[in-house]
Design a protein around this ligand. Sequence first.
Ligand SMILES: [Fe+2]
Length: 276
Amino acid sequence: MISRRTFINGAAGCALGVVSVGSYSHFLEPRWVEISSVVIELKGLSKQFEGLRIVQLSDIHHCEYVSKDFIRKCVRKANALSPDVIVLTGDYVFGSNNYLSAAAKELSELQAKEGVLAILGNHDDKGSTYDEFQKNGIRLLINEHIVLHRKKEHLFIAGIDDLWRGEIDIKKTLKGTDKNPKILLAHNPDAIEIIQHENVDFVISGHTHGGQVSFPFYGPPLVYSKFGARYASGFFREKNTILYVNRGIGVSNLPVRFFARPEITLFTIKNSSQHV
Ligand SMILES: [Fe+2]
């Protein structure tokens, strides 16, 4: 028989546990940024680009729960990684487009030797994001690519429109590219269905936030993807295309993260003769 005292102690312990988990997932983990270092091996990469450093920030979602100060700290962390290129893979605000100007201003402090490139996410208004980013020196790619030159060599970095909010035109995006490596920014990893038939070497995505809440031995119960938790976060290979899904910086819907820490990714690009 359980005594009244044992019952009260148990209930108090449970309540304390709930409060602790709640506090951790609301106050601590959303600000506990992980820097992930990932080596990506690409076939046909020229010597000039060996060791290219690409830093990714995604899903910043500036809103009342994701402050300018926090974005500033993430920008400093990204700059400290000495990137050659910084890529921003969409979702700059949450709840209101009024946050866009301030988000773009913070992101204007990003420093990369060969440029800062961005794409749109499903929370981003096309016209105003284009204008704000242009004012702040950030190149927004909407179904287009840039050519990155080093001496006589080159590779391509492309960006597509958002799968849900925009209209992807993959043929237009890749028109004029050749057999040199192609890196493509796609906010929503579900777009891999379209991309994997197009000879793209490496796709960089965000959107899923790692589910934002994930349970040990179970994974995230809710991921905004038609594939469920399959592309929640991390490294994947689909046919000849490598896909990486970053967990993002900010939060959307619920202001919590649990076992899905905010992430900044440093990709180091290397040549691979094994990459088929
Ligand atoms: Fe997002």
